[in-house]
Design a protein around this ligand. Sequence first.
Ligand SMILES: [Zn+2]
Ligand SMILES: [Zn+2]
Length: 464
Amino acid sequence: MNMLSDISLAPITQPTVGSAADLEHLGDQIAELAARLDAAGARLLDLIREFDARGGWNTGFVSCAAWLTWRVGLDRGAARERVRVARALGTLPLLAQALARGELSYSKVRALTRVATPETEERLLRVGTAGTAEHVERIVRGWRRVDRQAEARETARRHASRALHVYQDEDGMVVIRGRLDSGVGAVFAQALAAARETLYQRARATHADAGPADVSEETPTMSQQHADALALIAETALHHGMDPGTPDERYQVVVHVDAVILADADAPGQSVLEDGTHVPAETSRRLACDASRVVMRHDADGRVTEVGARTRTIPPAPRRALQHRDRGCRFPGCDVRFGHGHHIRHWAHRGPTTLSNLALLCRRHHRAVHEEGYGVERQPDGELRFRRPDGRILPESPPPAAVPADPVEALRAQHDAQHLRIHARTAMPGWLGERLDVGWAIDVLHPLAARAAGHCCLAASVSA
Ligand SMILES: [Zn+2]
Ligand SMILES: [Zn+2]
């Protein structure tokens, strides 16, 4: 360990009335400790990256950031940022090493990782070590503007290339070839799949009626089925006067479930989506927890004989009271503001729709308690208690971590062991005080800036 570090890490004595040398010494202590904390922070990011990649947080938490908030006490924004930076540094070794040596502050690394790629990392590292944190911020902002312009041009180019060609082939068949935006493509694929499923079910029903004579008829190939499905889509569109309907009509999911299934998962009975897809009993219980309910009675042949009025399993008034009391998902560490009303004891088991039997859970955690084995119970004092699938209690907040009596000394010993030489000037920028010309810097540094537009794109975007 060199002299500078030895002196600067000596315990701070009572601040003496201000000689300049004392204050400089104090400043050096701040600079050195900040560099050491950044170096230790690099290690923290390594650990977070590994924990994230190996899914260590996937124990009821929606994300690694949510776990960090719960376990470490970071606020949600800071936690998300740590995870983002940790992931980014996995592919940016130069920036990662500079942080680990205490040469580049976390603030600078955070800014640089918003734009750095393996190709531009080396140039941006030079920006980081030469400039102050404010310079780095400004360069990164300018850099992103160039990136966004390049991305916007690319998006516009892709969108302009959308096309659908329909033409007649020599033999009279119609040929269709096209390029669709990904969103339109997804809707199209969904419609095609739904139409194919409908046709296939109709065909199955007809076959069953027609008896064995038709069995020899060949099943159409997938591409033939798609061609038939497209015909159904076109006919349906014309029939409905091109009305796409409201979003909830388009994405509505209807589940038919026998009452007996809701009360006992092992009971024989049916629980199916409208298109015939089977739904696990726990899933139908989750969907039924907070839903519209229509009771239908069937006769022995399965024909519906009576349809009751549509009611909500949780009527509007208790629903509002529940939202007011719980304010958001009650699962430990979750801060999603809206959710489903979960019946702690399911209504199909005669659980009452009262506030004491309800808990607000977000979609993710409602799934956790129904389908993933997590438990929730209300204790006599009214507090909720959650359990992991193995029965262990999931506390509202975790026990605090053990910290050495003198954390700075421990950090210094650790850095010595790693042969890291960190002192008051480790993270000093090379800047000599000259004015920063961001536009010029971006033009020189950004791989797309000069190429994309010969004239200064930065000036153009500022005036726009
Ligand atoms: Zn539920
Ligand atoms: Zn939740």
